[in-house]
Design a protein around this ligand. Structure first.
Ligand code: RTP
Ligand code: MG
Length: 143
């Protein structure tokens, strides 16, 4: 299995609940390392650009409003199989369908306010990391 990097966002609902520490602890216990982190209150332009892939979907406006409703923690996580591993520990998009013990089962209240984002494929991870970090702010690879 390859060492990968993935983009994670601890969304405004989880930040408002003071759940940052608990959620990062789950990443670390799963073997994922934080190699970049920025606390950000996203602008509308940033949220729209980040979720551009969903711009034709009916939930797009609600998603953007939620993502700009408060500060979020944008992180790059690194580890073996990091993209799929992060998606596993996040749980399903709808917390009502998320497996027990996943982040969304434990911290999310609804499909709209679902605590975390995680890249879903190598191509999206690369795009999303560049979107927020460019060449700056992420630790260089050591392995
Ligand atoms: P994310 O991108 O935030 O990690 O979530 P995801 O991959 O699990 O889900 P995705 O399909 O990419 O959707 C992005 C976000 O849009 C909201 N959503 N609402 N009402 C709905 O049917 C619906 N579907 C998606 C969710 O907040 C989801 O995280
Ligand atoms: Mg997604």
């Amino acid at each position: 299995m390859a060492v990968e990097r993935t983009l994670s966002i601890i969304k405004p609902d989880a930040v408002a609940k003071n759940a940052i520490g608990d959620i990062i602890s789950r990443f670390e216990k799963a073997g994922l390392k934080v190699v970049g982190a920025r606390m950000m209150h996203l602008s509308r332009e940033q949220a729209e650009g980040f979720y551009d892939v969903h711009k034709e979907r009916p939930f797009f406006n609600d998603l953007v409003e939620f993502m700009i409703s408060g500060p979020a923690l944008v992180q790059v996580l690194e580890g073996e199989d990091a993209i799929a591993k992060n998606r596993d520990i996040m749980g399903a998009t709808n917390p009502k369908e998320a497996a027990p013990g996943t982040i969304r089962a434990d911290f999310a209240v609804s499909i709209d306010e679902n605590a975390v984002h995680g890249s879903d494929a190598p191509e999206t991870a690369e795009r999303e990391i560049a979107f927020f970090f460019g060449d700056d702010g992420v630790c260089p690879r050591t392995r």
